[in-house]
Design a protein around this ligand. Structure first.
Ligand SMILES: [Zn+2]
Length: 403
């Protein structure tokens, strides 16, 4: 069986390993070594990657107690090769994983919240707790975890030969069904639990622990956290974003939140006054449209093209303009499209659905409606005025004979 050097020293990055077997798997190969510095995935931690001689190791897994290194080229059986892990990747994963132990312990110790799920990816990490935790509790546990970091406590892995010995330990978490020797990872004066993964050798290596998000999950809480360089990168990116905003608002970083709140409030007030202005403007426009309506027998026809009026305002204008026995067709060139509203006032004899097909055809658009209101849009803007005149003539002619 392969000697697991990562179990003895989590900081060993390189060794000489003898190739015991090499089996082709599609275009790739599975290699077994006499000893390895490569950690196979486990305990929530992704596997190491790196080099075996000239071969690239893309993944390492454990199967039935054997460790398989997936490589991109064959290695001669019996050859001694230099094994080198991607240390930056391993150290980052160890920072997150050891940070996870401290966070889990802190939540457990302070609030009896148990870790029931841990996911460690290459760009984020989450812990699921079995009970809801509040924002204040998260801050408290985060601070306690960081205090363990600052104490620079030793992190020690110990093997136990029997279940009985392990059961006697004050463990925070005990994975069931493990076959001895059972590996226990302890942080002196803090956490103790079963774990197979390599960890930082002292908590100071974690750098810092930062909980970025929390959400309800399966009756408990899922937190997303960042340790070490990940935490630094997150703070750096957010700090730089804050700087951009501060420059934009010509204020100090500390004043950005207030400035954004004020802008949002001002914008809301502006939108409200714009709606009121548009409403009164619609009143004046409607008066003018009614005054210029064409007579068609007993009825009147409004046909008008405006620009820059959005769908909501156009609909409002059409409804305000439509007096008794009046048919109104309003067009608006808005954001590169042609919007149109067909509406009728009280005492008008036809349903808009009877007239809408002719409008859609003339404007090369799509739309519909029934009763007294129909709406449509067209991507063809050019020639809208001419088309409007044609529809107006058609309406006038049709209504002149209408009883
Ligand atoms: Zn662990």
């Amino acid at each position: 069986m392969t000697k697991r050097l990562y179990d003895l020293d989590s900081h060993q990055t390189q060794t000489e390993s003898k190739v015991l077997s090499c089996v082709p798997i599609g275009d790739l190969f599975d290699v077994v070594l006499d000893q390895t510095v490569f950690f196979p995935e486990g305990g929530g931690q992704p596997s190491d990657t790196g080099m075996l001689g000239e071969a690239l190791v893309s993944h390492v897994r454990e199967e039935d107690g054997e460790i398989y290194h997936r490589v991109d080229r064959p290695l001669a059986i019996g050859a001694v090769v230099s094994a080198q892990i991607d240390w930056a990747r391993r150290f980052d994963l160890m920072q997150q994983h050891t940070g996870e132990h401290l966070l889990s312990f802190s939540f457990y110790d302070l609030f009896s919240a148990s870790n029931v799920g841990f996911h460690l990816a290459l760009d984020y990490a989450t812990i699921d707790f079995d009970k809801p935790v509040s924002h204040e509790q998260i801050l408290e546990a985060e601070l306690l975890a960081n205090r363990f970091v600052w104490k620079n406590l030793p992190v020690v892995a110990t093997f136990y030969d029997s279940e009985e010995e392990v059961r006697a330990l004050p463990l925070r978490k005990h994975a069931e069904g493990l076959t001895p020797p059972i590996r226990i990872v302890g942080v002196e004066g803090a956490d103790l639990c079963t774990c197979c993964a390599p960890h930082c050798s002292k908590t100071g290596e974690i750098g810092s622990v930062f909980v970025a998000d929390a959400s309800s999950y399966k009756g408990g809480t899922r937190i997303t956290f960042f340790c070490g360089e990940r935490a630094l990168k997150l703070h750096r990116a957010q700090h730089d974003d804050l700087d951009i905003l501060a420059r934009r608002f010509s204020c100090q970083r500390e004043a950005v939140v207030g400035a954004v709140k004020k802008l949002s409030d001002d914008y809301g007030a502006l939108k409200k006054s714009e709606r009121e202005l548009a409403k009164s403007l619609n009143g004046y426009m409607a008066q003018e449209l009614r005054a210029n309506a064409a007579q068609a027998g007993k009825y009147r026809v409004i046909a008008h093209l405006v620009s820059g009026v959005d769908a909501a305002r156009l609909k409002d204008l059409a409804q305000v303009a439509c007096a008794e026995k009046t048919l109104s067709l309003l067009l608006s060139e808005c954001d590169g499209r042609l919007l149109y509203v067909l509406s009728t006032g009280a005492g008008f004899p036809l349903d808009v659905s009877e007239l809408m097909p002719a409008v859609n055809a003339a404007l090369s658009g799509k739309g519909g409606g029934r009763g007294t209101l129909a709406q449509g849009t067209s991507s063809t803007i050019s020639g809208a005025q001419e088309a409007l005149e044609q529809i107006k003539s058609y309406f006038v002619k049709r209504l002149s004979d209408q009883r």
